[in-house]
Design a protein around this ligand. Structure first.
Ligand SMILES: [Zn+2]
Length: 206
């Protein structure tokens, strides 16, 4: 029914978009969010050994790929798929893959002073994965499990559009991109522009 579909590679945006292009700032978390997302002393100790720097989200860089376990490698998975922390063997082989945001202040453990960190907030991770933020998650850390393994909507749209657009145009239906842009702009103009540029690249390639 659809005929042959002209698949093409996802466009490479140049210059590469940075975290700073998508987020206006890292979020100021409320007490509930901080309690859920702040690293405890055990996590701080492990990330200190692994290197905070290589696990921190760089404001002027690109975020590492989010994983289902990005907020829970050192404890049970909130979704229930894993009852224990990653084994030392697995951590030694694969390393820690955190998405950390620096907080003001330090945490003291005996005579050791660690810089305070939290895990990425679900709204930040949603935006950086190309998804609208603002969903009211009951458990922020569990939200990271879902957001850490989704297919980015931008890439899903990229795959779906070549099939969807000819169909909607043939059916005389309006394109939904205008409303998508205005909805996205409510959260961040930067993200709205990124979405718009990606959509434009999609249309130009059709
Ligand atoms: Zn899980």
């Amino acid at each position: 029914m659809l005929g042959s579909i002209p698949w093409s590679p996802f466009p490479v945006v140049k210059p590469l978009p940075l975290v700073a292009h998508v987020l206006d700032s890292f979020r100021t978390c409320n007490d509930f969010e901080l309690k859920n997302l702040m690293l405890d002393l055990h996590e701080l100790n492990k990330f200190d050994k692994a290197g905070f720097d290589r696990n921190e989200i760089k404001w002027n860089g690109q975020m590492a790929t989010a994983l289902h376990s990005c907020g829970s490698q050192l404890g049970p998975c909130p979704c229930g798929c894993r009852l224990h922390a990653f084994t030392e063997e697995r951590l030694t082989k694969g390393g820690l893959q955190g998405l950390l945001v620096r907080l003001a202040g330090f945490a003291k453990c005996g005579h050791i002073l660690y810089p305070s960190y939290r895990h990425v907030h679900p709204d930040e991770l949603a935006l950086l994965n190309g998804m609208l933020p603002g969903y009211e998650w009951e458990n922020p850390k569990m939200a990271l499990c879902a957001l850490g393994q989704l297919a980015s909507p931008l890439q899903s749209v990229w795959l779906g559009l070549p099939a969807f657009v000819p169909y909607t145009l043939a059916a005389g239906k309006p394109c939904a991109w205008g409303s998508l842009y205005s909805e996205t702009a409510k959260y961040s103009e930067n993200v709205a522009n990124t979405v718009a540029n990606t959509c434009l690249a999609v249309f130009l390639s059709l």
